[in-house]
Write a protein that binds this ligand. Structure first.
Ligand code: HEC
Length: 269
């Protein structure tokens, strides 16, 4: 770990990594305080609300070859039950025969209820954008509810173990793993705090922060996209949207964060 962080400091992307307990206690810089103030100012009007509204419309609108809405979609708590469903995802779905996160479950419902072959994995396709809007609508219905990611089904346990392994798997030109950046308290790259995703509260907050509106690029990113971009930071190949490794990582982070109130949708730098 230490060696890879040293390499990071010298080689990585021109970013300045600083480590150690001292930073954890360090006073917030003026810029950080500025960002906090900005967050407070716009907290009452998170632009994510626009996606949420669009998501609600898409949820209720009849569409696809079967001309059906998504209102009968089962997100784990029964058909049509939205409240609290996100706080118990990812989970195993017998009808899909696998563990699905919120995005993949919505994609599954689009396919089974509305028919056709929705192009959800292609970032430029409308179907993909629909999934993000729908996910924003779905997560909003669990805001403030306690994260309770299930681990009863063997597949759920299996995905946790896969996610854990993926989290600590070091490779690539920098010999990084997720843990290189997300295993210690008080780590940061420049302004961005790097949450310790192995610890309960920061893991819970991170696991339930997405979709988040990113002020830096005015985009709404779902968790899949966040993980994808971290793979880029890690100098790994981009996983395909919805690939099992991203779902497994979500399971790992969410289970670590169980008991923490769900935050999404949020605003990020
Ligand atoms: C080289 C460092 C680095 C590596 C390696 C890395 N990340 Fe990140 N990660 C970041 C940075 C930087 C941010 C914050 C970005 C921002 O605030 O704009 C972040 C943010 C996140 C967040 C959102 C946290 C929050 O507060 O909502 C999650 C979740 C996450 N990373 C997961 C992962 C996973 C899973 C992996 C391994 C596949 C990984 N990261 C690998 C640097 C890294």
């Amino acid at each position: 770990m230490q060696r890879s962080t040293m390499k990071a400091a010298t080689l990585a992307f021109g970013l300045c990594l600083s480590f150690g307990g001292a930073m954890a206690q360090a006073e917030k810089t003026e810029t950080e305080k500025g960002i906090d103030r900005y967050r407070e100012l716009i907290a009452d009007g998170n632009p994510a609300e626009l996606w949420e509204m669009q998501g609600e419309e898409l949820w209720k609108k009849k569409a696809g070859p079967k001309n059906a809405s998504l209102e009968q979609c089962d997100l784990g708590l029964g058909p049509g039950v939205l409240k609290g469903a996100y706080a118990q995802l990812p989970r195993y779905f017998p009808d899909a025969g696998k563990v699905q996160d919120v995005e993949m479950r919505i994609a599954h419902c689009m396919k089974t209820l509305q028919g056709g072959e929705p192009k959800v994995t292609d970032y430029n396709k409308d179907d993909h954008k629909k999934v993000i809007a729908l996910a924003t609508y779905v997560v909003t219905q669990s805001k403030g509810m306690t994260l309770a990611t299930p681990q009863a089904h063997p597949e759920e346990k299996h995905m946790f173990e896969v996610g854990k392994r993926a989290f600590f798997y070091r490779a690539g030109p920098m010999d990084y793993s997720c843990a290189s950046c997300h295993q210690a308290d008080g780590q940061r790259i420049r302004l961005q705090g790097l949450p310790n995703l192995t610890a309960n509260v920061p893991a819970g907050k991170a696991a339930t922060s997405w979709p988040a509106y990113r002020v830096s690029n005015s985009q709404l990113w779902p968790m899949q996209k966040r993980i994808n971009d971290c793979y880029r930071l890690q100098r790994f190949p981009h996983p395909k949207f919805g690939s099992d490794v991203t779902v497994a990582l979500s399971v790992y982070m969410a289970v670590n964060g169980n008991g923490v109130p769900s935050l999404a949708p949020t605003i990020k730098r």
